[in-house]
Design a protein around this ligand. Structure first.
Ligand code: ATP
Ligand code: LTN
Length: 314
């Protein structure tokens, strides 16, 4: 990693199974932006333990996610691919930033409210302080750009506020104020069965998500069974959340615009459209999955990437 370019940082929790939503909202943009920045892509395992984890499973999942980052097109030679827990500075800075974060700010975080409702038996302090550790991940590297999906916008605004408060208190530009990068299309991919809620990697309803490691046949089946809306027109609209979501997915994996897709599929009915969405998703997935399988055969290579990246990050 050179030091001449601006820094880009992002991360994903190694929990559940990576979805097409994670790819479209986050990883795809990392791939597109990696040439122009010094990039750090994190496996945020310390964030993942806000929910109970089996240590061996968590360690293996870090390798699996790392393989998927690479299979999706992240270059491990040019970027740092780190486990968050391998770089102690993240948690050290988090404590300092805790002292510059207001309880009132944390109380407003919607992810905390959602996760507390989902894990009512384990509302721990880590879940509450989660956004402060995320702020530390970002601020410790003088990060300029943070590509994330729409659901992380609130956390990023908090990181900016805390950085500004710290700089103001000490009358010095200690932290660079990071900018979000939220993609214009696909920042919020919705569940296939419930297009009112975002597709999420720890969803209990398996049919709701397309997982990056789903077999092609399964992907096609899930897309064909996706909830669509009344009427038959293929058009993006607020009263058509199911069709709009499939349009966003197809636009993201093919690079075509929504307008172009609407012009092509407008009156052709949902059947043909869904078949083509499934084909487009599978065409993206198959070569990516083959690259993933090849990487899985070499755990020493993966552990080497993590060790080398952590050393440089430290
Ligand atoms: P979990 O269900 O385990 O909380 P998640 O699927 O919400 O996980 P995160 O680890 O919270 O995933 O998010 C990783 C990245 O993927 C973030 O940048 C987030 O904004 C993005 N992302 C997550 N879900 C979606 C989605 N449905 N659409 C677009 N981007 C998403
Ligand atoms: N909270 C994020 C994951 C995350 C992150 C980060 C994203 C942790 N640290 C730093 C961007 C930058 C999420 O997606 N749940």
């Amino acid at each position: 990693m050179s030091t001449s370019k601006p820094v880009l940082l992002s991360g994903i929790q190694p929990s559940g199974q990576l979805t097409l939503g994670n790819y479209i909202g986050a990883i795809r943009n990392w791939v597109d932006l990696q040439a122009d920045y010094d990039c750090i892509f994190l496996l945020v395992d310390l964030h993942a333990i806000t929910v109970r984890q089996d240590p061996a499973v968590l360690r293996q999942r870090c390798r699996d996610f790392l393989s998927l980052y690479i299979a999706c097109g992240i270059d491990p030679e040019k970027n740092l691919l780190c486990a968050q827990s391998h770089v102690a500075g993240h948690s050290q800075l988090a404590w300092i930033l805790d002292c510059y974060t207001m309880v009132g700010e944390l109380n407003r975080m919607t992810q905390f409210k959602d996760k507390s409702a989902k894990h009512a038996d384990n509302i721990n302090a880590g879940l509450y302080n989660y956004p402060v550790l995320m702020a530390a991940d970002i601020l410790i590297y003088d990060t300029q750009l943070v590509p994330v999906g729409n659901d992380q916008k609130q956390h990023l605004e908090l990181a900016r506020d805390v950085a500004q408060r710290f700089n103001f208190a000490h009358k010095e530009e200690v932290f660079r104020i990071p900018e979000p990068f939220i993609p214009p299309v696909g920042a919020r991919i919705m569940g296939l069965q419930n297009p009112e809620a975002k597709m999420s990697k720890s969803d209990d309803n398996e049919g709701n998500g397309i997982y990056l490691l789903d077999e092609p046949k399964k992907i096609a089946k899930k897309i064909k069974r996706a909830v669509t809306d009344s009427g038959s027109e293929v058009r993006a609209a607020d009263d058509k959340p199911g069709v709009t979501n499939l349009l966003n997915i197809m636009a993201a994996v093919t690079g075509r615009s929504i307008e172009d897709l609407e012009a092509d599929y407008g009156d052709s009915g949902y059947g043909r459209f869904k078949g083509d969405v499934a084909d487009a998703v599978v065409a993206f997935m198959e070569p990516m999955q083959a690259r993933y399988r090849a990487l899985q055969d070499d755990p020493a290579y993966l552990d080497g990437i993590l060790a080398r990246s952590a050393e440089q990050a430290n």
